[in-house]
Design a protein around this ligand. Structure first.
Ligand code: 5GP
Length: 193
């Protein structure tokens, strides 16, 4: 998926602390044509899978998931960040530590929108240590539903998440995998995929 890599090289900014800033096209200002290309690519990679729902996490996964969902013809559900406790009755819950803010959030999905008949495609913008995805996987399992696959726009391959998720046996399709980046030179090296 070279157009995403090319865009990262052109417009991505490497920040200190292993953060790649892509807010001019991915998670603040959003390039919908690019999201559409990403949707086409994931549709190809998950061909033959019976997907009934796309699940993502607030906030930056939502835009991508909505455009991608048009290629699968299914609804999007997003896990909401919540301060409230005592939601177990009506909600599936998981605890997720934010990579960028280092803050723990409880994330919730209403039991109305996910059940044991669902075959779920997880979508998110970034994969770093895997905390967000593990929370989403926990929610899918609480519902008795099935994770059919995982689509990530940018995986930072030098962090642990990709290995953890692949070792768990999931089909993880990252459209760009950054193996190295340097905030001093701005250089970004991609894995050949
Ligand atoms: P993880 O839970 O895998 O450690 O981190 C994934 C989440 O953290 C993503 O949902 C994403 O919002 C955020 N994130 C992780 N690394 C980066 C990064 O380098 N840049 C940006 N913009 N967000 C990141």
């Amino acid at each position: 998926m070279n157009c995403l890599q090319e865009r990262i090289v052109r417009d991505g900014i490497v920040k200190e602390g292993n953060v790649l800033k892509v807010d001019s096209f991915l998670n603040h200002q959003m390039d919908i044509n690019l999201f559409n290309e990403m949707g086409l690519e994931w549709k190809k990679r998950f061909q033959g899978k019976n997907i009934t729902k796309i699940l993502t996490i607030e906030a930056s996964g939502i835009g991508i998931a909505c455009v991608v969902a048009q290629h699968f013809g299914v609804p999007v559900v997003f896990a909401k960040k919540s301060q409230s406790i005592n939601l177990e009755g009506e909600m599936y819950t998981a605890e997720v530590e934010s990579f960028t803010h280092k803050k723990k959030n409880q994330v919730i999905v209403s039991k109305k929108f996910l059940d044991k008949n669902d075959h779920v495609l997880l979508i998110d913008d970034f994969l770093a240590n895997g905390c967000a995805l593990l929370g989403l996987i926990q929610i899918v399992h609480s519902a008795g539903a099935t994770v059919e696959g995982i689509g990530i726009a940018v995986e930072k391959g030098f962090q642990t998440g990709g290995r953890i998720i692949r070792n768990l046996g999931y089909q993880l399709e990252s459209l760009a995998i950054v193996d190295q980046m340097d905030h001093l030179t701005g250089e970004i090296k991609f894995r050949n995929i």
